[in-house]
Design a protein around this ligand. Structure first.
Ligand SMILES: Nc1ncnc2c1ncn2[C@@H]1O[C@H](COP(=O)(O)OP(=O)(O)O)[C@@H](O)[C@H]1O
Ligand SMILES: N[C@@H](CCOP(=O)(O)O)C(=O)O
Length: 301
């Protein structure tokens, strides 16, 4: 009888101009406690999880089944206890974490022996963009590109001396809704400028010029201008965070959460200052999770 835990971090995609390409893993987690048994059973142990009536309708079950079918396998029965610290539809990658949970569940139950690249590919197929999936899978800050043959290439950036503070409002915004606001085409001039800003954001991050990185984060032309009106307190959060030394403040994923990149060691101080300004928000200093998806085997396989 197999017994194991799967843990997957939250993620924040885009970092401003790294739209659909850059993301980082955060220390809020989705956890599955899995025990093999004859029948299928799913139990929720967190108020953050969506309600469901039958396991057949559960997103994680559906992804696990689809993954098993990709490899011509049937899913064995099991009891899955799901726990989560990731709020839904807030721009913190809950759907990417859940998709990876389903993929890994099938991998473990059916002994598929999936490589990290396969998990990334399957997760990207489900999400439609690789940024959340890659960072949640590998941990740290991950930069991805989907090449013309649909292969996802990625690089995990070495640990940086940065903290982050997130501002989570008490409202949901579905990623799909926030994607519908984006233009389907950009002129060559806009695309060139937007991609130069993104390149410089990453180059300055990697060379430790965090002030320039923050400035470039806040200069995005791919998605922020189209989404800003949907994000509560978009301008005031940026202005207030700047006053207390944040390098840059951007929409986390598709929103409505915003995220500040701040000097190492200053996250708690900045989050305290911002809490006082933002009633009805959960303001919290988070760490960049460096581990990504983890499997803890409780019984030998
Ligand atoms: N742990 C989970 N179990 C089942 N479904 C989930 C889980 N996490 C997320 N989802 C699904 O994903 C949706 C949110 O996805 P999305 O709009 O992409 O926002 P985000 O990924 O930013 O949280 C939820 O409303 C729910 O349908
Ligand atoms: N690049 C995507 C990221 C969506 O992230 P989520 O956490 O909001 O699902 C986008 O900006 O649409």
């Amino acid at each position: 009888m197999k017994q194991f835990d799967i843990t997957i971090p939250a993620s924040s995609a885009n970092m401003g101009p790294g739209f659909d390409s850059a993301g980082l893993a955060l220390n809020r987690f989705l956890t599955l406690h899995v025990t093999e048994q004859d029948n299928w059973e799913i139990e929720h142990h967190s108020h953050l999880l969506p309600s469901f009536t039958n396991y057949h309708d559960h997103f994680i079950y559906q992804i696990a089944k689809q993954t098993a079918q990709r490899h011509q396998k049937a899913l064995p029965g099991c009891k899955v206890i799901v726990d989560s610290g990731i709020p839904l539809a807030r721009g913190l990658g809950s759907s990417a974490s859940a998709a990876l949970a389903g993929i890994e569940l099938a991998n473990q139950l059916c002994g598929l022996g999936l490589t990290s690249e396969q998990k990334l590919e399957y997760g990207t197929d489900i999400e439609g963009h690789p940024d959340n999936v890659a960072s949640a899978l590998f941990g740290g800050i991950v930069v991805t590109a989907t090449t013309q043959n649909n292969k996802v290439e990625y690089v995990q950036i070495p640990t940086l001396d940065l903290d982050v503070v997130v501002y989570i409002p008490n409202v949901e915004l579905k990623t799909e809704t926030a994607r519908q606001l984006l233009p389907s085409n950009l002129t060559r001039k806009s695309a060139t400028t937007a991609s130069a800003i993104s390149n410089l954001m990453l180059a300055s991050l990697l060379s430790g010029n965090f002030h320039l990185a923050g400035k470039m984060m806040e200069s995005d032309l791919f998605h922020e201008p189209y989404r800003a009106d949907l994000i509560p307190n978009y301008h005031s959060i940026k202005q207030e965070a700047k006053k207390v030394n944040a390098y840059g403040t951007v929409i986390s994923g598709a929103g409505p959460t915003m995220i500040s990149f701040v000097p190492k060691g200053e996250g708690t101080m900045i989050s305290k200052h911002m809490t006082a300004k933002l009633s009805d928000y959960e303001v919290v200093a988070l760490k960049i999770d460096q581990n990504g998806l983890q499997i803890n085997q409780i019984t030998p396989v």
